[in-house]
Design a protein around this ligand. Structure first.
Ligand SMILES: O=C(O)CCC(=O)C(=O)O
Length: 356
């Protein structure tokens, strides 16, 4: 591929999951009419390998998910009723709730945690979040397209009970049977949210990792997803934990500063372009960079985020060859997320059951 040099998965890799991934990638020959071409991909300097595309009934897909290795599942029917979604249908049926819309000065939507902004007073975000009605978002998107400047918009809203009746019916028709079994088999925690993402062509979500398992279901348009395993933590230079951009890479993929981030030269990604009906499994702690293809029109995605239990996180740390820097980072966060609230309650005097 032109955008990043794509190598075949290395058959010399001895790890079972990597071997399954390699053979699955080799088994896939790219003869489909994909609906996109390489001129729609941005150009980067690092190497990538292909993420295998498999039927959800292929036993190799189960092996990959069991081993927390990414795979594109082609035929889950996970969001089948939503494949008819487009802007006019959503405008008519999504309801009158408020939607979080990010407006960025260019195509890069670097996530930042608004709650952490007080820790870094000098931090100036390059995008802003505005709450608006769906029709206002559509107007804003059309206006931005017409202007033809660098500014872009991206709707990112958790699906909630304000959606209209037809969307509820579509949602109930998702393949819950399949996904609930995936969750139960792996002992994942509850589904925490379904994020609806509606993006303009060319939008980029820069590389970051999440602390949840993710089935990423593509509904409309194509997205290129470039993933990096957790053991490449030292190549991707996350912002400090207390920074608003915690979990985001500091490296600008379009203009990497190798003096500041020398290990980025060793980064090797796994990539796939997903289209309507595809479901990408993004394992917890895997870095992911996601771009809506250039000149590809609007993209619509719904993701399915699942919490994992504390024990799985600890077993993750033991299983992976990750740096002490990363494990400290993970344990530190667990402490503040799970132990922290308890301490907070005690400090604020709310832990007073049984005290006279
Ligand atoms: O699709 C995108 O632009 C970002 C989605 C993402 O980061 C996620 O689902 O975790």
């Amino acid at each position: 591929m032109a955008a990043a040099t794509v190598a075949e998965a290395d058959p010399a890799e001895t790890d079972g999951a990597a071997a399954a991934s390699a053979s699955a990638a080799a088994a896939f020959t790219d003869l489909r009419d994909t609906g996109w071409n390489e001129s729609q991909l941005r150009q980067y300097t690092f190497l990538t390998r292909q993420i295998p595309r498999l039927s959800h009934t292929d036993p190799r897909a189960e092996v990959l998910i069991n081993n927390e290795v990414p795979v594109v599942l082609t035929d889950t029917n996970l969001v089948y009723p939503a494949l008819k979604w487009d802007i006019p249908y959503l405008q008519e049926n999504i309801g009158n709730g408020d939607f979080s819309v990010y407006i960025a000065e260019n195509h890069k939507f670097l996530y930042y945690d608004e709650k952490k902004m007080a820790n870094f007073q000098d931090f100036v975000p390059k995008s802003r979040r505005i709450e608006m009605k769906f029709s206002e978002f559509v107007d804003k998107m059309h206006q931005t397209e017409k202007q033809g400047g660098k500014e872009r918009v991206y709707l990112q809203q958790t699906l909630n009970d304000t959606v209209g009746r037809k969307i509820v019916v579509d949602f109930l028709g998702f393949n819950w049977n399949w996904i609930n079994k995936q969750q139960a088999k792996r002992n994942w925690g509850p589904l925490t949210s379904n994020l609806l993402l509606i993006g303009m062509e060319g939008n980029v979500t820069p590389a970051h990792y999440d602390e949840q398992q993710n089935f990423f279901a593509q509904i409309k348009g194509h997205k290129r997803c470039i993933l990096f395993p957790p053991d490449q933590f030292d190549c991707l230079y996350p912002y400090p934990v207390h920074h608003p951009c915690d979990r985001q890479s500091q490296v600008d993929f379009e203009n990497p500063d190798y003096d500041k981030f020398p290990n980025f030269t060793n980064a090797v990604g796994y990539e796939a372009v997903v289209g309507p009906g595809d479901v990408l499994y993004i394992p917890m702690y895997w870095w992911h960079h996601i771009e809506s293809l250039l000149n590809g029109g609007v993209t619509i995605t719904v993701n399915f985020w699942y919490k994992v239990c504390f024990c799985s996180t600890i077993s993750f740390i033991c299983k992976h060859d990750i740096s002490s820097h990363q494990s400290t980072n993970i344990v530190f966060k667990i402490f503040f997320q799970q132990v922290g609230p308890l301490l907070n309650m005690m400090i604020k005097g709310r832990y007073d059951h049984g005290l006279s």
